[in-house]
Design a protein around this ligand. Structure first.
Ligand code: ARG
Length: 275
């Protein structure tokens, strides 16, 4: 009788364990099916939502077009092509750069184009498309300080503005360990910071700097070179969403093949100059 009970207990244990396992398997299958269907979901909803930080000309910036505040730039043109290839409308959400990856992971946006570099650290939490463009970094200072700040040492003890959550935060720490980095959410605020003498220098990509310096002639690009300056931009997508990555890569291939990205960059630079 005891033996019988023992066997019964063992049998029910096996039963509990096996249903437990099949349940969790079932969930895993369900959630991967959910991810796989992200492209279908986007198509069914008729729109794809882009997350960006529109403070970054010529990538993405605000421009008054016929009296309407519009987000433009070459990242936006690429996003439009991605939407077109999927046969859906593009909706744009403008936010702080350091909020973009969280927005992806909480499904507030479907993809991110924000001149974002596909770093190893970011690859832990999101997936990336192919790199669609490469850029260079530079240091922006007040034009009156051009002769004063010509080396890393000249910036020792100075305040260096960088965008929060961006790779420029790390660049500042590595290249200018004796300076004090100050992180802000928007590049537009970094420009205000230096204009108001609350920072001595800011680190931003060269293309972006050219645009802001043109608008703010009291600023200038410093002769101090930024080390390890070359970086690429890629589209960020929620982790595991391979199907969408593939679709986006197809669009990038098409645009590169037809030299469209170069055209988008040239157009966006021209548009940024008009600002
Ligand atoms: N390339 C840098 C990074 O990935 C900065 C990008 C900032 N982008 C923007 N739209 N503000 O960290």
């Amino acid at each position: 009788m005891k033996k019988c009970k023992f066997i019964l207990v063992i049998l029910s244990l096996i039963l509990i364990l096996s249903t437990g396992c099949s349940n969790s398997n079932g969930n895993a299958k369900e959630s991967s099916a959910e991810e796989l269907n992200a492209v279908e979901k986007i198509k069914a909803s008729g729109k794809i939502v882009l997350g960006t930080s529109a403070d970054f000309p010529p990538n993405e910036f605000h421009k008054n077009i016929n009296g309407v505040d519009t987000i433009v730039g070459y990242d936006i043109e690429i996003a439009k092509e991605i939407a077109k290839d999927l046969g859906v409308e593009l909706e744009i959400k403008d936010m702080r750069f350091d909020g973009l990856l969280a927005a992806l992971n909480t499904n507030k946006v479907d993809f991110v184009l924000a001149g974002m570099t596909p770093t190893e650290e970011r690859k832990q939490s999101v997936d990336f498309s192919k790199v669609y463009n490469y850029g260079e970094q530079c240091i922006v200072i007040k034009a009156e300080n051009k002769e004063k700040y010509t080396s890393n040492e000249d910036l020792a003890g100075k305040i260096i503005g960088v965008q929060k959550g961006a790779i420029q935060e790390k660049i500042a720490k590595n290249q200018l360990p004796d300076s004090t980095p100050k992180g802000l959410g928007k590049v537009t605020d970094l420009v205000l910071l230096i204009n108001n003498d609350k920072a001595d220098a800011i680190i931003i990509p060269k293309d972006v700097a050219i645009s802001y310096v043109k608008e703010n002639p009291q600023l200038a690009i410093s002769s101090i070179k930024v080390e390890n300056t070359y970086e690429g931009s890629a589209v960020a997508i929620k982790k595991g969403n391979t199907q969408l990555v593939n679709e986006i890569n197809k669009t990038i291939d098409r645009l590169v093949e037809k030299d469209m990205i170069k055209k988008f960059i040239a157009d966006a630079k021209a548009l940024a100059k008009e600002n």
